[in-house]
Ligand binder design. Structure first.
Ligand code: HEM
Length: 525
């Protein structure tokens, strides 16, 4: 265990961060991070106790700040809390004394984030979801066992699982095989939009739920090669809506269970019960589809793979004796692949509808790449669409769906000149960083052009990382990219999208997205 005594540097520092205590002085930069003279190997490291941050109080530590009506850290407004902390304390902020969980250190410096990522170990630990960890490893251990997937799994079990599924999930040559089902699902979504518009051509207030349906349908097609009928009003089953609702309930309550007083560790609170019911529902409904698909696939002794095979089929083919790996992977994809992609699509449509000039520029690109009205979407054509990709990147820069990612320190590490002990959770504050003029000029403006090759702006590669980085990077990233590029292309090809209501605030809802009715006006082109 790391010692926290002043000035002491333990033996467990990573080689790249090892410091000799020969030099005595360091200076604090304008941005708040200590500037280390010469190489870090010659700098003094400050003790963990000196990291600035809000003071914990006796008994309740800093947890009281998350208690409604008492503290002023609202979970759905963590973006604002983070910005406030940065302004008040600088580039590194410690939130200590959190009941039932390790300290958090918020980091606002892209160079330091880069260093942490580049020194990543074989099995990086993403600090997230102790409640899900409990569900997978204690409550439903009978079901998950040692192959519990990648979400809320760490160490050897995560490593073994990720190694088995990484290749089909992340190879571009695999993801490009799914353009056709993804494109067909997007066509169904466009028909659905036409169907649900009112006389003013506006989609209903619960349009986000329609986007969730599209997202779920897309994942089911890719992961299982199954049609759930989410976008067909007459075929959509109650159970499918229940799955969407359960995923929402899961994400809504995760933060509450993590950051408020963790009574759930002592007894079943109403939030805990809601959360567990949601997880059971997600597991049971998803497993019904997954099991029936796997049963079909394992009927024959050999599992064949061809261009049209689903992801579970590909994973199964790698080890037909262990269908559980494919099943649990699919379950993780259902768990985290619906709301994330939906939030991104909602946010991109919102930005395009409120930046008409940029939308028209995108339409021009679409018309150039798809001159014929029946031109099919292909991987090559999507590759050509640099302005489309720039619009997506720019939205995720301004409004990253996941506002902060992080790593739990697996050994003592020097960050911003402080010794951060093993076990502390370092949270990279991407939302604040990527909206800071330290890293992006005119950060408050939606300027997709800044991402084009012709742009003169140089970006720090670690300032905006919407899908994370390194060995634990988003496993669904290729599919998310493909789904988002396809649906946005089809939407802008079909409609001029406008928004005529009050400006929407962004909130953690439960992903970071515009909070409020997404009443887009979709005018046929
Ligand atoms: C715009 C959409 C999405 C965003 C912004 C997003 C973002 C992220 C981020 C930030 C992480 C953490 C990465 C890290 O720790 O470095 C992550 C992990 C993950 N994502 Fe995504 N994601 C998206 C869509 C998806 C989709 C569609 C799927 C599944 C089909 C998916 C599956 C996963 C999985 C399984 C992990 C855990 C990887 C691991 O721990 O090994 N994501 N995602």
């Amino acid at each position: 265990m790391a010692t926290r005594s002043a000035g002491r540097i333990t033996r467990t520092l990573t080689p790249a961060f090892q410091i000799s205590a020969r030099h005595k002085s360091s200076m604090v930069s304008a941005e708040g991070c200590p500037v280390l003279h010469g190489t870090e190997a010659n700098a003094v490291v400050k003790d963990y106790s000196q990291v600035p941050g809000p003071r914990p109080i006796p008994l309740l530590g800093n947890t009281w700040r998350f208690i409604p009506f008492v503290g002023d850290y609202r979970i759905e407004e963590v973006d604002k809390v983070s910005l406030r902390l940065h302004r008040q304390y600088g580039n590194i902020v410690k939130i200590s004394g959190l009941l039932g969980r390790p300290d958090m250190v918020f980091l606002y410096d892209a160079d330091e984030i880069e260093k942490v990522f580049r020194n990543e170990e074989l099995m990086p630990h993403r600090p997230s979801m102790p409640s899900l960890n409990y569900y997978k490893h204690k409550l439903r251990k009978d079901f998950f066992g040692d192959d519990a997937g990648v979400i809320a799994v760490h160490g050897e079990n995560w490593y073994k699982f990720r190694t088995k599924v990484q290749q089909p999930m992340l190879q571009p040559r695999v993801s490009r095989l799914y353009v056709e089902p993804i494109s067909n699902t997007a066509d169904e979504f466009i028909s659905r939009v036409r169907e649900i518009r009112d006389s003013k051509l506006e989609v209903p207030a619960d349009f986000l739920n329609e986007i969730h349906k599209w997202s779920l349908e897309s994942i089911a097609r890719v992961a299982l090669d199954v049609r759930l009928g989410c976008l067909d009003g007459s075929k959509m089953q109650t159970e499918t809506q229940e799955l969407i609702d359960a995923v929402n309930t899961f994400f809504k309550n995760v933060g509450v269970l993590e950051l408020k007083v963790p009574f759930w560790k002592l007894f079943s609170t109403p939030t805990w019960n809601k959360y567990i019911n949601a997880l059971d529902k997600i597991t049971n409904i998803s497993m019904k589809h997954i099991s029936s698909r796997l049963e079909e696939l394992t009927k024959d002794s050999k599992v064949e793979v061809n261009e049209k095979s689903s992801l579970v089929q590909r994973v199964l083919a790698l080890d037909p004796s262990n269908p559980k790996i494919a099943a649990i992977l699919a379950l993780d994809l259902f768990l985290v692949g619906i709301d994330t992609t939906s939030a991104a699509v909602a946010s991109i449509l919102y930005q395009l509808s409120t930046n008409g000039e940029k939308q028209e520029k995108l339409k021009e690109e679409i018309d150039r790449v798809f001159p014929g009205s029946n031109d099919e979407i292909t991987y090559q054509k999507l590759e050509e669409m640099s302005y489309l990709k720039a619009c997506i990147k720019e939205t995720l820069r301004m409004r990253p769906v996941v506002i902060g990612n992080g790593r739990c320190m697996t050994q003592d590490t020097v960050i911003c000149g402080y010794n951060i002990p093993k076990g502390v959770q370092v949270v990279f504050q991407h939302y604040v960083i990527s909206n800071s003029d330290r890293y992006f000029s005119e950060p408050e403006k939606f300027l997709p052009e800044r991402w084009l090759k012709s742009s003169k702006e140089n970006h720090h590669p670690f300032a905006a990382l919407p899908f994370g980085y390194g060995r634990r990077m988003c496993l669904g990233r290729r599919f998310a990219d493909l789904e988002i590029q396809t649906i946005i292309t089809k939407m802008i090809q079909a409609f001029k999208i406008e928004y005529h209501h009050e400006e929407l605030e962004y909130r953690i809802h439960p992903m970071y997205m515009p909070d409020g009715p997404l009443r887009f006006k979709c005018i046929d082109r």
